[in-house]
Every structure is written in structure tokens, then in C-alpha cells.
Design a protein around this ligand. Sequence first.
Ligand code: NAP
Length: 471
Amino acid sequence: MLLNGEWVDRNQKIEVRDPFDNSLIDTVPRACLSDVETVMAAALKGFEIARKMTVYDRAQILFRTGRIVESRLEEFAQVIAREGSKTIREARKESRRCVNTLTISAEEAKRIQGETIPFSSFPGGEKRRGYYERVPIGVVLAITPFNDPLNLVAHKLGPAVAAGNSVVLKPATVTPLSGVKLVEAFLEAGLPPLVIQVLTGFGGEIGDALVADRRPRMISFTGGVEAGLRITKIAGLKKIGMELGSNSPVIVWKDADLEWAAETCVSGAFWAAGQNCIGVQRIYIHQDVYEPFKARFVEITKGYRIGDKLKEDTDMGPLINEGEAKRVEGWIREAEKSGARVLTGGYRTGALLQPTVLENVPKTALIHQEEVFGPTVNLYPVEDADAALAEANSISYGLHAALFTRDVDMAFKLAYGLDCGGVMINDSTDYRLDSMPFGGIKNSGLGREGIRFSLQEMTDPKVICWYLPKS
Ligand code: NAP
């Protein structure tokens, strides 16, 4: 852990294991409540340092951190692929995206701007001139999930540093190593140690103390709804950014390029073994093309090679642990009992669950209603656009949705009818560029990430107003 400017260890350790073969990769110290006090006191000092750094210096550090990650891309990818669920090819993509996220943060650091205020536009504003600037918010507490252990950390550390804040990172306990390695890169790039700290420990043990502490001015959280709700209840008076789960729908219209739709939706459903907040979970297919789409979708899925994440030709790795694989398998069995048909997959060995396609899934099934966070996808035939929209919107999440059509009018109707944070047209729900506004509605969260948008959340407007009686 990096606490109060120093790397520290503890006798109490947490083992980090590879979910594929349960081999021990490394250990991290198990933080305790007194570490929370240490980290928060140091974060206030760190903020005093950060806010005085020039924008140029912050941007240069971010550019350099990006270059360090780029120069060790394979090392970062190996860590992601070993501690998490991703295959080595998926991990390389995440590492490249992390370089983008840091570079965008460096660029956006230079565009944090205010504007002049036309005081004389209302009675009472006479003889006043002024403007507002966006100033750093203070200490940011960043809490991150296991499924993108590097790039989602960069999405919090990058803008926090760009804005002139200090930041405390609490990475997911099962995948802390990528985040710790990124913090090392920040230090190597010249970030003063008190500005950034990383605390490794169980959310269930230190989470409440971190969240309830009055020193952070913002909590930037990415994770599940359950932890998100708990955080909102005890956070007190501070800003909260919530990037939560989803159950993303896709609509495939009758005139769509079926080959492309099937190919990209298979990837969107099984990326990171389906442990992906924007993974494809429900596909509504126009009844006229249901059968050919289904046949192709199942055919591509059957070709997936699952197994050792570090092998170049593996398409999909294990879930994050055997317990999760059992949970998802249980959801499949529950759906089957109430009438669903498994078209391919459906069974697991240890933490490896076969990529699974279902049809005829009843609306009461957990796998229909909840976020599955596993490699399963449900297919449903639909008669018309209104039915497709009603079904797509019927779930309590709203992060991404996608649609496939060549008809512009239909694309507009569906895109504006889908209730969510982002609609991908002729791409799967899994598409994301790191600079676009990213976040959801309903149970999918509050606020937006995507560097420029995170910077709005991580800064406060400060008004400077001059009274000029002689003007
Ligand atoms: P999680 O169990 O909610 O954990 C997320 C983080 O919160 C971890 O660091 C966890 O620590 C910590 N935590 C747990 N309880 C806490 C508490 N009471 N106080 C403070 N921190 C606490 O989620 P996960 O299983 O790692 O990730 C999967 C979820 O994240 C899915 O729902 C997925 O959709 C969502 N997600 C959303 C996005 C998005 O951008 N919208 C992106 C990726 C993932 P421990 O690890 O120590 O428990």
C-alpha cells in the first residue's frame, strides 16, 4: 500500500490468486481502520500540494504516466490477465485503453475552463464584473471493481490528478495488483507521493470508515448496486459518482446486417467472460429474422475456445471465482426449470462456465431481470418496434443499449425510445470510447465518467466578482 508517502506492508496479508488455476500470484497488505486515519490525514496534505501544481506539470505527469504504461504494455497485460478473468488479448486491449485514458486526462487538464459572467444582465448586477473558474474539489476517494482492474482505475486517477486533487484508491480486493502498478507508474512519472495513495483491504472491513470520513469531498465509485446503495446511505455531505451495473438490451431489426450483428454481439456478450457492465445480456430480434440470426449467433458461440487466459488463442477465460460460476450456473438452471431452452453452453467446470445462449426465457427469471455478470445471453423474437422498446426498457437498469438496422427512421425511433445513458447503432452495447460521456440512469448510476465529464464532477465552480463603483 502507498500510505502517507511510503510503501508499507502489514503482517496481515490478502492473497491474490489466479481464478483459472487458483495459483498464488502475490499478496497485498490487509488494511485496518487505523490505516484509514493515516491515509485521510495524508490526503489533506496531498491536496495542498496538488492544488499548487501548475496545469502544465499535472499534464506532463499524466503524459509521462501514459508513456510508462505504453512502454510496459505487456507487463501490465500479464498482471491483468493473471489476477482477473481476462484473456491475454483482452488484457492487452485494456492496457492500450489505459494509455488513452491517461493521455486524454493530460489533454483535458489543459481545457478546464470557466467563463465570464454577464453581471449587468439583471438589476442588482450593476457595476460588477467577474467570472468563474473551476477549482479542484479536494480529496477524491476512488473505489473500483474487479472486472477492468487497470483502465477503470485510470478513469478515476487520471481526472483526479488532472483537476489538481489528491486521490485515495481502494481497488477491488480480488484484483488489486494492476491498480498498485499504475500508482507506481504515477510516482515514477513524478507525481508527489502524498497526492496519490492506495489502500488495499476488504470493502466490508474498511469501506464504511473510508466512505463516512468527512475529509474526502467526493467518492467516485464503480461497482455493484448493493455496495453503491450502502455508500450513498453513509457518505454524508460529499459528492458521489456512481457507475453501477446493467442488463443491456440489443434490438436487431429485420433489415440489419445479421452477420455483423451476430459477430459483434457474441463478442459483446462474452467479453471478460460476460463480467462487463456494458455486456450484451438480452437481444430482441425481429421475428422475420429470428431463426437465421439465432442460428448464426449459436454457431459463432460454439466456436469459442475457453480455458487458459494466458494462451494466445483462448477466447474466454474463467469467471472471477468458482462461487460466481456456480451462481450464474444456478441462474441458468432456474430459468430452464421455468421454461427456458439452453441453445448452447449452460455448464461449468470450476470457475470456467461455457458461453451460454438461451431462448424462451420467462420474464420472472433472474437471468432476465437482474444483471447476470456472466457469459450468458437471452434471445427473444419481437413483432414490432414498440414491443421491442417496451421490453428493452422494462428492466431497472439503463447504462448502454444497442440497435442494428439500415433504416434511418427506425434507428431514430429506437435510439430516442431507449431509456439509457448511451445507444450504439450498428455496434454492440460493449462499445465505449474513453473520452465519451459514460454512465447510466435508473439503477445504473449517477453522474458521468469519460475524462471531460469526470473533470466536471471533480471540480467546483468558484466565482470571482468585483464591485467597481467607478465603472
Ligand atoms: P462490488 O462488489 O460492488 O465492489 C466494488 C468495489 O467496492 C470493490 O473495491 C469493493 O471492495 C468495494 N466495496 C464493497 N463494499 C463496500 C463498502 N461497503 N464500502 C466501500 N467499498 C465497498 O463490485 P465488483 O463485484 O467488484 O464489480 C462488479 C460490479 O461492478 C457489477 O455490478 C458491474 O456492472 C459494476 N461495474 C460498473 C461499471 C460502470 O462503469 N458502470 C464498470 C465496471 C463494473 P472489495 O473488493 O474489498 O469487496
